[in-house]
Design a protein around this ligand. Sequence first.
Ligand SMILES: NC(=O)c1ccc[n+]([C@@H]2O[C@H](COP(=O)([O-])OP(=O)(O)OC[C@H]3O[C@@H](n4cnc5c(N)ncnc54)[C@H](O)[C@@H]3O)[C@@H](O)[C@H]2O)c1
Length: 268
Amino acid sequence: MNEEKSNPVIVVTGAGQGIGKAISLYFAERGYDVAALDKNLENALATAKEAEELGTKALALECDVTNRDQVKDVYKKIDDEFGKIDVQVNNAGIFIRERIEDFTDKNCDALIDVNLKGVLNTSREAIKIMKRNENGGSIINAHSILGQFPDFGLGIYGATKAGVRLLTRVLAAECAPYGIRVNGYAPSVTDTPMVHHIIEERPDAKLDQIPMREFGTPEQIAKLCWFFASDLSEYTTGVNVPCDGGTWDVQRPFMAWNEVKKEREESK
Ligand SMILES: NC(=O)c1ccc[n+]([C@@H]2O[C@H](COP(=O)([O-])OP(=O)(O)OC[C@H]3O[C@@H](n4cnc5c(N)ncnc54)[C@H](O)[C@@H]3O)[C@@H](O)[C@H]2O)c1
C-alpha cells in the first residue's frame, strides 16, 4: 500500500446510530476512510453506505465490543483492508438506570462489560496496529458527565464512565512513546436514541441544569473528536473534555436566564 496516497483511517465503535454515526460521517466528509463497527450490523451497514456516498471508502463490521474473539477478528479485517488506523473512537456504550439496591447482576455485568471492558478490548487491538504509524495517532473515548457528577439511579453507569476517565489517563501515558494521544469527550444530554426519552419526558427539568439551555447534538461531539484527531490538539493527551453546554458547573444555571428574562421584560 502507498502510505502517502492513502486516506487517513478512522475506526468507530457503536457507529450504527447516535454519536458514533455522526463521528463516522463527519470524518468521512473530510476525507477519512471509515470502519463502522456495531453490534447491530444492519445499522453499521447503513452508516458505511452514507459514508461512501460522501466519497470515501467505508467498511461495516459486526462487532460486539464485549466479545474478545470477535474484536480480534474485526481488527484483523480492518488491518487487511486498510493497513493502518489513525483514529480509534471507543464510543459504543449502554445506559441503564437502576438504584444500586435493585441492580441485577446481569445489568451490572452488562454495563461494566460494554462501557469499560469494551474500551479495553478495542483499544488493545487498535494499539497493535496504530503503533506502526510513523506519525502516531489518536484514541478517543466516550466518557459522560455522570462519571464526574453522579446522579440517582446512575451509580453503576457513572462508575463505568469514571473508570473510562482513569483508563484514558493511564492509556495516554502508556501510548505516548508511540506518538498516540488518548483523550475523551463527556456529553451531558446529547439528542440520540440513547437519551431521547429523557428529553421527551422532562425537557424543562434537564434544560434547567444546562447554562446554554440547549440539548447537545451528535455533530457537536464529532467536532470535538476532529479537534482531538488533528494537530490542533498536538500537545493534549489524557484529558476528558466536557461537551455539555456547561451542565452542572453551577448549582442553578437557570437563574441567569430568569434574570435576563426579567431585565428584558422591564426594558420593554
Ligand atoms: N447521548 C448522550 O446524552 C450521552 C451522554 C453521555 C455519554 N454518552 C456516551 O456516548 C456514547 C454514544 O452514545 P449514544 O448516545 O450515541 O448512544 P446510542 O444508544 O444512540 O448508540 C450506541 C451505539 O452503540 C452500539 N452498541 C451498544 N452495545 C454495543 C456493543 N456491546 N458492542 C458494539 N456496539 C454496541 C449500539 O448498537 C448503538 O449503535 C456512549 O458511550 C454513551 O455512554 C452519551
